[in-house]
Design a protein around this ligand. Structure first.
Ligand code: PMP
Length: 354
């Protein structure tokens, strides 16, 4: 008897998704490695959560299809509730998309580098994951994706880990070029100067996903939204886990969506710090990509990136190190509060001998 013989070969061969490092319990660190929001959610959202916890919400099952959240999202974004699906984090929506559209051996295609979970979910589903380098660019990128015969396409905008936003015209061209659903992963769109929601009206194969973990300061609650053509949304609902969005998450989501204005100061502060940190890092010799997200991708002024990551970690600052050759050895740094960002710059100055 061998347990490994019972496991599907595709699962046995997988490493599994590696989420960002968590500090040890009780350890105080400046955590700039998983692109969380440095500020808490507005009081009106936290109050709604407390109120829900104090009432009947925990004893009862939640609304199975999160209809009240879908209605709040429809009001907030000018859509119909039938175009909205709610997930246990936007990761849950990505899972639903794979289940709905990708059969064994079918291709999932994404410009790379990108969010590594797409590949993991494709492997779980038994699909074939194919990447096209972002560097191909423009209409050639669109052609290369279409030529890869996709059953599903993922475009991350703003992109991770670099933070750039590809042209919306390129997204529209891709929707026209492929006979398959195109997922526009907008986990970071709350920090960007534009987004692709308006493209939904013209492109029935477009699906936009959003996260509450970044712009809405609710990573611990696990919430995501999917926007799609009503026929697509209806199919996605069929593959949802039962009660996939818990009652507290539904209460928090509705409060957040009904109070988008309350998030403005928080989002503006992150965007202002992003500009300041881009400049501050460039002044120190880092090569920093222009970012539309709540993180920066930086290449170090000299030598390998790993020692910089390790020196920061030793001093209690967690960032993300990307060793991948393709990424030319870089650091991804989430935007923190001004104090956290200053602490990071201070440590970097120490490391570089500045
Ligand atoms: N998409 C991208 C591009 C991400 O970086 C992340 C965060 N790791 C997600 C989706 C998932 O976010 P959520 O917390 O909503 O599951």
């Amino acid at each position: 008897m061998s347990i490994s013989d019972w496991v599907r070969p595709g699962i046995r061969a997988m490493a599994g998704y590696q989420p960002g490092e968590q500090p040890a319990p009780g350890q105080r660190v400046i955590k700039l490695n998983t692109n969380e929001n440095p500020y808490p959610a507005p009081a009106v959202v936290l109050d709604a959560l407390r109120e829900a916890a104090a009432g009947e919400a925990l004893r009862r099952y939640p609304v199975p299809d999160a209809r009240p959240v879908r209605e709040a999202a429809a009001r907030a974004y000018g859509l119909d509730p039938d175009q909205v699906v709610v997930g246990n984090g936007s990761d849950d929506l990505l899972t639903m998309l794979l289940r709905t559209f990708v059969g064994p051996g079918e291709n999932v295609v994404a410009p790379a580098p990108t969010y590594s979970l797409y590949e993991t979910l494709t492997n779980i589903q038994g699909g074939a994951y194919r990447e096209v380098p972002w560097g191909v660019g423009g209409s050639l990128l669109v052609r290369a994706i279409a030529d890869a015969d996709p059953a599903l396409v993922f475009i991350t905008r703003p992109n991770a880990p670099f933070g750039f936003a590809c042209g919306l015209e390129q997204v529209a061209a891709l929707c026209r070029a492929v006979d398959a659903p195109v997922v526009l992963d907008e986990a970071y769109a709350d920090f960007a100067s534009d987004n692709g929601l308006a493209l939904l009206a013209e492109h029935p194969n477009l699906i936009v996903t959003r996260s509450f973990s970044k712009g809405f300061s609710l990573a611990g609650l696990r919430l995501g939204l999917g926007f799609a053509h009503p026929e697509v949304a209806a199919e996605l609902h069929k593959v949802r886990d039962s009660y996939n969005v818990d009652a507290l998450a539904q209460a928090g989501a509705a409060a957040a969506l009904d109070n988008l204005d309350a998030y403005r100061p928080n989002l503006d502060a992150v965007v202002a710090e992003r500009a300041r940190m881009t400049q501050a890092l460039r002044e120190r010799g880092f090569r920093v990509a222009e970012s539309q997200a709540n993180f920066l991708f930086a290449r170090v002024p000299h030598g390998d990136a790993r020692p910089w990551y390790e020196a920061l970690k030793e001093r209690g600052i967690l960032i993300r190190y990307f060793p991948d050759e393709e990424l030319a050895d870089g650091l991804r740094i989430s935007i923190g509060t001004p104090e956290e960002n200053e602490a990071l710059l201070g440590v970097l100055d120490g490391i570089s001998g500045g």
